[in-house]
Ligand binder design. Sequence first.
Ligand SMILES: [Ca+2]
Ligand SMILES: [Ca+2]
Length: 215
Amino acid sequence: MTTQFGKTFKALLLLSLMALSLPSQASSAGISDVYLNIDNISVSVGAGTSPGTFNNTFNGGQTIDKVIDAPSADAEEFHNQTTHIWFTASEIGGGLELVFDLGIAYDITTLHFWNYTGEGYDVDNIVFDFFNGTTNVGTVEIEPDLGTSPGITAQDILLAAPLNVTSVVAFLTGSNREVDFQNIGFTATVSQVPVPAAVWFFISALAGLRFCRRR
Ligand SMILES: [Ca+2]
Ligand SMILES: [Ca+2]
């Protein structure tokens, strides 16, 4: 015999199973680290870049993507005109601004920076500003180490995880106006999203079931 309670129970169970089968970002997001590079973010030269010259940086059709082409955080890169960025500011204090568009929101845990190997050209100071949309959610200023030699590997800089970052602006300077480096990268996790509709629906269905049982 099918009672009204039985029908309601079946309907709720079916709807709950449907809800659970919907994709749920909350179930997998924010669990594992992601290395952000040319595969999942983009970079451009910012309007805040000071007057200066890019020397041989863009020779032969090369692009600013050289900043984010390291395949992993522990990749080794060798300095040459196809791998490096070299900017010379016209005046001391001037520098290169880079804008990283992350596409979605990440919690950033580590900066990775591949500097040039000699004081005459390396980057001496970088200010990173982290944004969620147009809101600044954090600032970090670093004085990076010289790059390793001969193969350049990244210096890893742990951050107090700026949350929900959708873009990063970096301003790089050298005390002698020279800004030469290989790569910038970020280790991050996808920011946790609010409980998705499917989960709320499941909770609602359970609440409805309890209500039916009481009747
Ligand atoms: Ca590079
Ligand atoms: Ca220097």
